[in-house]
Design a protein around this ligand. Structure first.
Ligand code: MG
Length: 380
């Protein structure tokens, strides 16, 4: 972490913290190898300092992937908020190391805590969050949209509109129905858009290892940028085998959450690319550690997300800005093209098929309190 802290600077002690649970309807159901997603339930963390700065973070758990909202809420309310009360928000590494020790797992809650602390620090210093990570390698990142609607006619029409919007990358969620449906969708998209679009597929662990290879070979002729997580996360041997024998690059998503799994994944060559997500790694700095391991091993990285609002997307965009290498784009499209409403006051900065890295202090986006109230979930 790089920042200049004047010796006589006032400390920014955390005076209060609140956990907001919101549920936002989506524009259409998304289907995946690991299940369907309707409304998006996400958790916003609000920290306020005694100097009057409010920092925001987001935890967006997906029960079949990272964990449950209940575990995140329990960790934040029961452990992390009491631990940071009265502490200096600039002690990010110290506070995160304590959080790591206090509760195992709950990577999404740790991502929210770190994001809120970095938001406070960025605002206090008057610099965007990516400056706290070492600076900005790029101003914008190419956007990937996920084709995941069981009704492909709807998705096809949407792809037409998105291409007109400048979107040039489509990731098809595959393996949630049958193989022929997956091949048909790729054929139609290639036929319509040719090589003007970059296509890739994601099985979300949906294939059985013993039947996967013949199916995966059928995709080799579609000139895909990658095949993501074909088999369950723990089957590293199968992942390594597919990486070895397929011409199309293989990406690990569920198989690589954190630096330790990245190290194992690099040693076993389980993939050509790792998907980075702050909800998997437990924050931006841990995601940079995953990226550093990938880079040292000659493995590429990609900007992934869970089902998030603009707060987590902004944090992800700052992370993507700070990565030395990033060639395959990112998928921070949720709040623009998937959620019926975002929780931030301005639309998330997506245009011309790119995510634009926020440049304001801290996160560079503000939570809209009226929307927070409107979408607050009352049942927990
Ligand atoms: Mg994935």
């Amino acid at each position: 972490m790089y920042y200049n802290r004047p010796v006589d600077a006032a400390t920014h002690r955390i005076r209060s913290g609140r956990v907001h649970v919101v549920e936002i309807p989506v524009t259409e159901v998304h289907s995946h190898g690991s299940g369907d997603v309707g409304a998006v339930k996400t958790i916003l963390l609000e920290l306020t300092t005694d100097t009057g700065i409010t920092g925001w973070g987001e935890a967006s758990p997906w029960p079949v992937f990272t964990g449950t909202p209940e575990a995140v809420i329990g960790a934040l309310k029961g452990y992390f908020l009491p631990a940071v009360a009265g502490r200096d928000a600039f002690d990010v590494e110290v506070l995160m190391a304590e959080a790591e020790k206090a509760v195992v797992g709950v990577s999404e809650a740790k991502a929210a805590l770190e994001t809120a602390l970095l938001d406070i620090m960025g605002q206090a210093l008057g610099v965007p969050m990516h400056v706290l990570l070492g600076g900005r390698h790029r101003d914008r990142v190419r956007l990937s949209f996920s084709i995941a609607n069981p009704d492909f006619d709807e998705d096809f029409a949407k792809a037409e509109r998105l291409v007109a919007d400048g979107v040039g990358i489509f990731k098809l969620k595959t393996g949630f129905t049958d193989h022929a449906f997956d091949l048909m969708r790729l054929e139609k998209l290639r036929e319509r858009f040719g090589d003007a679009v970059d296509l890739r597929i994601d099985f979300n662990q949906g294939l059985k290892a013993h039947e996967a290879l013949p199916k995966l070979r059928d995709f080799e002729n579609f000139r895909l940028s990658f095949i993501e997580q074909p088999v369950p996360r723990d089957n590293l041997d199968a992942m390594a085998h597919f990486t070895d024998v397929l011409t199309t690059p293989v990406m690990a998503d569920e198989s690589v959450f954190n630096p330790r799994e990245a190290l194992i994944g690099a040693e076993k060559r389980v993939a050509d690319i790792f998907s980075l997500k702050i909800m998997k790694s437990g924050g931006l700095r841990r995601a940079l550690e995953v990226a550093a391991i990938a880079r040292a091993a000659g493995i590429g990285v990609y900007g992934g997300c869970i089902f998030e609002t603009g707060v987590a997307h902004a944090a992800g965009a700052h992370l993507m800005a700070a990565l030395p290498e990033l060639t395959l784009g990112c998928e921070f499209y949720m709040s623009t093209y998937y959620l019926t409403e975002d929780i931030i006051s301005e639309p998330f900065p997506v245009s011309g098929g790119h995510v634009h890295v926020p440049t304001g202090p801290g996160l560079g986006v503000a939570v809209d309190r009226a929307k927070l109230d409107a979408y607050r979930e009352h049942t927990f």
